[in-house]
Design a protein around this ligand. Sequence first.
Ligand code: C2E
Ligand code: MG
Ligand code: MG
Ligand code: MG
Length: 285
Amino acid sequence: AAKAAGRNCWRFFDPAMLSDAQEKLRLTNSLRHALENNELSLVYQPQLSLKDDRLIAFEALLRWHSTEHGCVPPGRFIPLAEQSQLIIPIGEWILSQACQFIQTLSKLGYADIRIAVNLSPKQLADDHFVGMVKQLLHTTQILPNQLELEITESALLTALDESCSKLHKLKDLGVSLALDDFGTGYSSLTHLRLFPVKTLKIDKSFIDNIPGKDNTLVDSLIRFAQSLKMNVVAEGVERQEQLDFLRVCGCDLVQGYFFSQPLPTKNAITFLQAHSTRNSCDDHN
Ligand code: C2E
Ligand code: MG
Ligand code: MG
Ligand code: MG
């Protein structure tokens, strides 16, 4: 099944060949060298405004093209990076790459585009995290609100008081904060009031059931978020009917394959440029 196929992604690791534990060990050992071997990269998925169709942000998503194992999906290797503490150096690299992309966009005249970066709970728990972000903002000279950090509910609940105080420190740096996969965790409405979070991302699993059984739930989540003056992003939008429904509900931003897959840097810039041109043409029509 697993034929050597060089740099492209058709060679998937065959789990039947080794026990799961052995496979995890092998993947983790390869992951230790992934950064130095240039096997990691970020791809960027657009987030568009439903109010005026403008591209507002990109979400940065990590990819691992392993020379040994082929393309390993994030759902597989991120838990291993977390268990091995490799997520700390890898997470720092992700943030510095994202900040460099922000610099590139600013030089091209797109200083108003935000880049959202996913955070692992392990990163937030790390004592050096807030200082590292502060340093990075200083060295790259980007506007802090061009960077958004995505955190999941479960990440915040592990050490509630500590996480909450770190979020406030990040907010004081001027960084934007988003709650990812909203609806799949356990945060109560009380918790939500405590977190200085600007954006709620409604999980794809709810968007999948539109139109259908989750119409009312999604509509309520959007109203709820907006009553707290939060922005709402719908994740995983794939179909026109979903878009139509979300528009009627007043959802702020949408992200999903309907608009674009996550794109390598160059393609993300091309997408942004094409999108901006189209918007300015529309304006003059
Ligand atoms: P997430 O942050 O909720 O990211 C959304 C996931 O949904 C991404 O999967 C994205 O490619 C996928 N997606 C977006 N639109 C659609 C759509 O219309 N249809 C479908 N089927 N999928 C869509 P991906 O890139 O595989 O990432 C999976 C998860 O891995 C992420 O979920 C996030 O939790 C984690 N992850 C990815 N990159 C990073 C990273 O840089 N750091 C950390 N800590 N976690 C990451
Ligand atoms: Mg995310
Ligand atoms: Mg999500
Ligand atoms: Mg997710």
